[in-house]
Design a protein around this ligand. Structure first.
Ligand code: AKG
Length: 235
């Protein structure tokens, strides 16, 4: 093989091919919803990343593991952790969480997402669901501190789980619009890109699925606006 060919081969099958995803992108669209879905990691690599995260991630306890709903305080029905660039904080459900420094595995996955999407991220919210009883209620990721132009990249490892989008006008008894929910299954090693303006118009949830006995880890990579942070800390 010629040297140039070797270099080309190295590019295709070595460093650059490292993050190629085995299935093509699937675009999911509805009124105000724009998502892309792909498998980012083959099973063997996804298994390895899951194991490494199990060793590396330290989940929140105490106040940070609670949620406030209509004046009452509940335990979050899953475990959560926040990692990212030094000093970043993220306020979610009225609790401000400080980002722990990136771990090697989170950095590796973040770089894979950046290489695949061309987007950069400075923060990741980690959710661990011990089994199908653990879940996440319907919400939007519409916090003021998030860069509204940056997609949220959601990487799933472990048990496949259903994921449901519901349009904001199709919620509640008073809703007079019939807009069908959008339902997906998030596979082991997959990435779901929620592009703007999805999080303005659609709520999403990860419903409980009692028959699922295996754990799952989800990583949502986000870009927090640094200027906005400075503005909010000044007041
Ligand atoms: O675990 C999931 O797939 C859902 C995560 C999620 O909704 C979030 O982090 O906002």
């Amino acid at each position: 093989m010629l040297k140039e060919e070797e270099e080309e081969d190295e590019e295709e099958h070595g460093a650059l091919a490292e993050f190629c995803h085995p299935v093509p992108w699937k675009n999911i669209e509805a009124e105000g919803l724009d998502c892309d879905y792909a498998l980012l990691f083959f099973k063997e690599e996804a298994d390895r990343l899951f194991k490494q995260l199990e060793e590396e991630i330290v989940y929140s306890t105490g106040e940070e593991a609670k949620v406030h709903v209509f004046g009452k305080v509940y335990d979050i029905p899953r475990k959560q952790a926040t990692y990212g660039d030094v000093g970043l904080t993220y306020t979610y459900s009225r609790v401000t969480r400080l980002a722990c420094p990136w771990t090697p595995t989170l950095e590796y996955i973040r770089d894979a997402v950046t290489k695949t999407t061309g987007q950069t991220f400075n923060f990741v919210l980690v959710n661990r669901y011990k089994d199908g009883q653990d879940h996440m209620g319907e919400h939007r990721d519409d916090e003021r501190e998030l860069d509204p132009l940056c997609p949220i990249a959601s990487v799933s490892l472990g048990a496949a789980r259903d994921f449901v989008f519901r349009h904001r006008d199709a919620r509640g008894k008073q809703s007079n619009r019939r807009i069908e929910p959008v339902k997906l299954e998030l596979a082991h090693g997959s990435m779901l890109l929620m592009n703007p303006p999805t999080n303005t118009f659609w709520y999403h949830s990860l419903p409980a699925r009692k028959k699922i006995s295996l754990p799952r880890i989800n990583l949502t990579f986000r870009r927090i606006l640094l200027d906005r942070k400075e503005e909010t800390t000044k007041h």
